[in-house]
Design a protein around this ligand. Sequence first.
Ligand code: MRU
Length: 367
Amino acid sequence: MLVQGQRYRTIWEHPEDAQIIQIIDQRPLPHQFVIEEVRSVNQMAKAIKEMHLRGAGLIGAAAGYGMYLATLEALRNDHTQDYVLACGEQLKATRPTAVNLEWAVNRQLAALREVAEAKERVVVSLKVAREIANEDASYCQKIGEYGLDLITNIADKKQDTVNILTHCNAGWLAFVDFGSATAPIYSAHQNGIKLHVWVDETRPRNQGARLTAWELHENNVPYTVISDNVGGHLMQHGLVDMVIVGSDRTTHTGDVANKIGTYLKALAAHDNQVPFYVALPSSTIDWSIDNGIIDIPIEQREGEEVKYIQGLSNGVLTKVLLTPEGSNAANYAFDVTPARLITGLITERGVCPASREGILTLFPERK
Ligand code: MRU
């Protein structure tokens, strides 16, 4: 995607030294564009946990590269394979809800299982890390193509600007490129369809107001930031033609865990007959659990994120306290939208109903 006219991915190898991984530090966005160099598995684990980078697809790709850094450390320090296994556990523990993290670590471990020689393990894990990152980008591009058909249908019927509501940032910054929920939006925009995006601010970390707004702005897509409670009102007044959100974990039965507040948008969409789509690459599907509400672990983060807000004050990034100092604050980071509220899932293999049967029509090898 474009940043001031220049193409970027969200994670890449240093052009002169592939032992250094470069990432965009998302914390100071949209006010500062900072590139961070990651040189160790500890640093990668910290970057994921403290959300220098974030979003299901991107933390999967970061975990892939984290495992590669672990094999480099094992080679340099003569560590046994147990070291790499322990690094895998360390990475998996950083964030519990997005399944891509665990999926990427397991994919690396499966590839490394048969490789005994430490030097060869570095070669193999770099190859796998690149595959995970490239696959993430190409799957999101495909999601864009399938989602484009849905937007085109609405545009053809309406013969006017298509209004799309999105929550959080399931954009380019949450993946390696293109994004999941935003990929159809970028495709439609490039294809000349007139559209406008309602961007939920997404408290407490404001990924919508800070990140989705920045992405859309950089790519000249018309948008309006709204506070989190506005969506239902807009839907009641016919101002939303469709909702597209991302997912951090989708059960093979079609329940979707996504950023906190998604469920309320799905309820409002259902009540107003607004189509509610979830865009996700198959790396986000958890094939092992049936009931999203019971089985998906929901990350709880520090209450400080709720009590404080960050922004620019006289040109300086500043954090300010919103609540009485001693307030308790609960910070549930995700919620689960049951399959029955979802119109369809947009995947790299096409669009399907959010149900076991629907998902299996696209992924028959999982039967
Ligand atoms: O806590 P975050 O910012 O890592 O949340 C994950 C997300 O990016 C959103 O829930 C998003 O909508 C899912 S798509 C990656």
